[in-house]
Design a protein around this ligand. Sequence first.
Ligand code: ADP
Ligand code: MG
Length: 457
Amino acid sequence: MLALWGEAVRSVEERIRPTHRDQWLRPISCVGFEGSQIRLHAPNRYQKEWFEDHYLPAILSNLESRTQATYSVLFEVGEEETTKVAPREVVPAAKPAEISAPATKSKGLDTRYEFDNFVVGKANQFAHAAARMVAKVPASKYNPLFIFGGVGLGKTHLLHAVGHEIHRQHPGWTITVVTCEQFVTSFIGSMLNQRRQSGQPSSVNLMEEFRRRYREAPDVLLVDDIQFLAGKDSSQDEFFHTFNALHHAHKQIVLTCDKLPAELHGLEERLRSRFTWGLIAEIGHPDLETRVAILKRKAELEDIDLPDDVALTVATRFRSNVRELEGALVHLSARASLLGCSITKEVAEEILETIASPGPTGLTVETIQREVASYFEVKLHDLNGPKRHRAVAHPRLIAMYLSRQLTQMSYPEIGSRFGGKDHSTVISAFRKIERKLAEDPELRSVISALTTRLCQR
Ligand code: ADP
Ligand code: MG
């Protein structure tokens, strides 16, 4: 039985990154069987949870399909010695993102978005150089740095890279990174709650707290997607004062935007002009050579074996958007591993045919919900209802993610179709899945399988 368990584990092991294998799979050992119950040992509860979430279902299904039996699992968690020894690299009580950069993560910087992972080409070299310069000597010449460009071209990546670099140079500094949407939501929330609480002398002053957080605390303020301020008068006013306070105090500000300041309609002139005080840097569409380089870099990071001719094939097809380029690579590697073949040019062309259908897919949120519900064997009304246990919550996140990816609905519209959920729920679902996709091969296969099913309808 132990041998069967070992084989089932190996079937999963082959499909995941070596670092994940050593950190999350190997430390879990099988300590015995009692009837249909499998006893496992995990060094700590984080590793237990990670294992349960990521690998256990696949291992069990492999085991069950080979023995035609079902099993339950009992975990022991703790320090006791077991038959297998955990590998050296295991860092207890920390999840993967925290292992690489505990301090920066707590500040909301995305650990994937570093200068080292940013491929420089003609279209982004100026923005990249400007970002590097600002990170090296913050708040000297270029304040604010205003990075603008279309969707999925690397604005957020550069913004966070500046944050990481400054954090390395000045570990004691407070680096505040927010999306403009978070700024606006948090501002409105503080304002409304403040009003509600006024008259209660003991209550904390929420607006003061908000202002301390943005006007006083930051040594560096990084705001993503500043275009979100357009048309929001009171938030603009607040941001205007935030900007002034920080700029006056010689604190670096970096903004990203999908337009030039001059094209930002619905923005007060005084803000527009401030956005041009420093340096404006554009990110354009990457040329073929850069797209190939990005793919190769990404494949290297993800431990995907990507031959040159395949990189070229993918880069030729996905021209305008780096996010799509990355998405294609993820699909490709997931599909290839699902089919048990390596990624050759022929395989790639065939797979790309199914995923690269141009433009909107013509899918509705309802179709996606039905497909996801049937895939996970949950009831449609549970998927759209309030239940929070994992069996429905996980499919729900996936359905929300796919709705955003495959339809042109906005976050609020998608939320309303999931039983009237708030747009922030949909946004957080989307981000969660996007984040997990980077490190979870099982999830990649699920998303890829569902996408293929939906797109082939
Ligand atoms: P934007 O904020 O402009 O919409 P992002 O910064 O989110 O775009 O980039 C989308 C994806 O593409 C991210 O995963 C990012 O890491 C990747 N990306 C964009 N440009 C590059 C680049 N030059 N090198 C490596 N990855 C890139
Ligand atoms: Mg962005």
